[in-house]
Design a protein around this ligand. Sequence first.
Ligand SMILES: CC(=O)SCCNC(=O)CCNC(=O)[C@H](O)C(C)(C)COP(=O)(O)OP(=O)(O)OC[C@H]1O[C@@H](n2cnc3c(N)ncnc32)[C@H](O)[C@@H]1OP(=O)(O)O
Ligand SMILES: O=C([O-])CC(=O)C(=O)O
Length: 371
Amino acid sequence: MEEREIYKGLAGVPVDYTAVSKVDPESNSLLYRGYPVQDLAATKSVEEVAWLLWYGELPTPEQLDGLVETERSARALAPNVRRAIDDLPMTSHPMDVVRTAVSVIGANDPDAEDNDPEQNLRKAKHLFAQIPAIVAYDQRRRHGLPLIEPRDDLDYPQNFLYMTFGEEANPEVVDAFRVSMVLYAEHSFNASTFTARVIASTLSDLHSSVVGAIGALKGPLHGGANEAVMETFGQIGTPDKVEEWLDDALARKAKIMGFGHRVYKNGDSRVPTMRAAMERMLDHYDRPDLLEMYERMEKAMGEQKNIKPNLDYPAGPTYHVMGFDTETFTPIFVAARVTGWTAHIMEQLASNALIRPLSVYNGIERRAVPE
Ligand SMILES: CC(=O)SCCNC(=O)CCNC(=O)[C@H](O)C(C)(C)COP(=O)(O)OP(=O)(O)OC[C@H]1O[C@@H](n2cnc3c(N)ncnc32)[C@H](O)[C@@H]1OP(=O)(O)O
Ligand SMILES: O=C([O-])CC(=O)C(=O)O
């Protein structure tokens, strides 16, 4: 076999520049276009952060008004997107539903193949406006409930919660949801963003890149971990069972969902902000049992493996107490991350090189085909 060094999982390999965000494990920080994410999460709206990721600067009041108007006027689903969702079995995973619906939105777009930056910005804003309606409707239909039309007097997180639950959410809940959407929006060359960039690098279209990214996000080693956290909590049952459950899981060499990270080795920079939002929600919904379970698992993982939680760990219980179905958690991540993905797709296209790495062949050596 040829002797060449390989970089399994591309671990530690820089493959391109990006100006969208900086993940710095040394200082344990995350910057979106230079701004610390926790400072953005403290005061900025989902719409402001979306603009920042796409354009590189926070919007002026006029620019923000323009984006808000565009987003609010593009929320309702086209009839064939709705029919495509209705045609899927109730057993379809919500990530498959959102992937399918985004595919239909792409097929509906008369300029889907046009990679002009203005067209791609338009498509990105359209997806940003549409995905909450897809996610909310899918959760409702699985409960036998009718679709709720969007309300254009509500901001992005208020409307997302309204379309899901049919009533205006408490402001504290809206704020915790907003914080989660800001924290989930962007994270450099994670697996789904890299997938989006690989697809964009072939000069395919933006919707195809987003569909591919949704597929990559679904896996439990990436976005699917927020669902898996609640499944774990469900298996454990009560806080006093945490240590016993963990001993058994680690003895089986199981990966504990919501812990560990490819880049951060000393804790995920977003966790303190999300944890604070989770604590506000567990208090609001009076779930001290979930906080105890969270803390016991975090402590036991620290003692046994010295591995810290990632963003999916506090996000899972937060979405659970808000009333989202566990399978809806990763689609919420899609709604948030579509801004980051599309910013990266546009950055890739602005300075493109086909992404095509090499492999080292370790199969059977050349041989003759039998007669
Ligand atoms: C928003 C996000 O996408 S954040 C990531 C969400 N994913 C999860 O929470 C899934 C659980 N975590 C994991 O599987 C991993 O930590 C990953 C995939 C996120 C990162 O993995 P990698 O950088 O490839 O690290 P790798 O899997 O090689 O782990 C290194 C060591 O730590 C252990 N380890 C890492 N994470 C975990 C975990 N969650 N549970 C138990 N052990 C773990 C591994 O078993 C390995 O141990 P070993 O050296 O004794 O074999
Ligand atoms: O960066 C990663 O590998 C995964 C992650 O935390 C994210 O995408 O938010």
